[in-house]
Design a protein around this ligand. Structure first.
Ligand SMILES: Nc1ncnc2c1ncn2[C@@H]1O[C@H](COP(=O)(O)OP(=O)(O)O)[C@@H](O)[C@H]1O
Ligand SMILES: [Mg+2]
Length: 291
């Protein structure tokens, strides 16, 4: 069995390298040949057409990248891609994730996608803000659709900030979202693999509403309830993710709301926190699916 482990040529920081190394280690143990390929190299192989094929195609691709077009090319060549191009596309966008969760009636903070405009035109009026304000009261959250580690998630206390951020983001995809005060600086990250939660941690941050570890959050291993596990698995189903890191928020009654589904989750922190071998869980799930 041979797989391609696909990463992005231009994202070479420690975090990303570590993930690759973990998968290669586990593949070695499982007797699977996992060949590290960058998206640029794979695109060259595919775009070269059959006559150009120097590397034989793999049995599967483990896709650590978000180059969705490339994932679609691979699927077009009937190479099974994990996660699928569809799942990566949905999870990569917080707006598309919301739509997928909403279609399945899963609980999440009230969310409204900003209307689309063109970058070179922007919003020539902001009349729609009144409608957003009727649905979601201040303070609220604005999230850019694309962006990890809590970096593009903003706390909006009032109308002035709302107008300022809306103007700043015009032309990009973003959402307005209800602020869940009961989950301020606190959430749970559940790692789902093949319809099961394999590891979970509680993340807390005393100095920021965002609990991301990269943003200074602290982590502690967590024993999720069966309801929490079921919700995380349903969120994966809704987005089509075979495996994902699902973030859940606590509402006032400590019931859970889906915050987001990360098809390309970084699990090194979670492995260190819980001692669970997540790389192996993902790899063996793929091998199972491949028969
Ligand atoms: N609606 C919300 N209310 C309160 N806190 C939130 C809300 N949405 C996100 N957060 C906090 O911000 C963090 C980052 O948000 P998230 O949507 O997961 O984006 P990212 O992809 O940047 O991690 C979450 O882990 C959570 O702690
Ligand atoms: Mg998150």
């Amino acid at each position: 069995m041979t797989g391609w482990l696909i990463h992005n040529e231009y994202l070479q920081s420690g975090k990303f390298k570590e993930m690759e190394e973990r998968f290669v280690q586990e593949a070695d143990k499982a007797g699977v040949t996992l060949i590290c390929m960058s998206n640029t190299k794979v695109m060259a192989v595919l775009a070269g057409g059959d006559s150009w094929r120097s590397d034989p195609f793999p049995d599967f691709a483990l896709f650590l990248d978000k180059d969705i077009l490339l994932a679609l090319y691979l699927e077009g060549r009937e190479i099974p891609v994990f996660n699928s191009a569809h799942a990566i596309e949905i999870c990569d966008s917080k707006a598309k994730t919301h739509l997928a969760l909403w279609n399945d009636r899963l609980p999440m903070p009230k969310t409204i996608s900003a209307p689309m405009t063109y970058a070179n035109i922007g919003y020539t009026n902001l009349n729609f803000l009144e409608k957003v304000e009727n649905e979601i009261s201040y303070p609220l959250i604005i999230k850019e659709s694309y962006g990890p580690f809590g970096r593009q998630v903003y706390f909006i206390p009032d109308r002035e900030k709302m107008i300022q951020k809306t103007k700043e983001l015009q032309g990009k995809s973003f959402v307005y979202q209800e602020y869940i005060e009961s989950s301020h600086g606190r959430d749970i990250r559940l790692q789902v693999v093949g319809g099961k939660v394999v590891a979970a941690m509680l993340r807390t941050n005393d100095s920021d509403f965002r609990a991301n570890i990269t943003n200074g959050g602290k982590m502690i291993s967590y024993q999720p309830s069966s309801k929490q596990c079921e919700l995380a698995c349903r969120a994966c189903q809704a987005t089509g993710a075979e495996f994902a890191g699902v973030d859940l928020l606590f509402d006032k009654e400590d019931r859970m709301l889906v915050c987001e589904v990360n098809s390309n989750a970084h699990f090194i922190n979670l492995e260190q926190c819980t001692g669970v071998n997540i790389a192996a869980a993902i790899l063996y799930d793929i091998l199972d699916l491949m028969g």
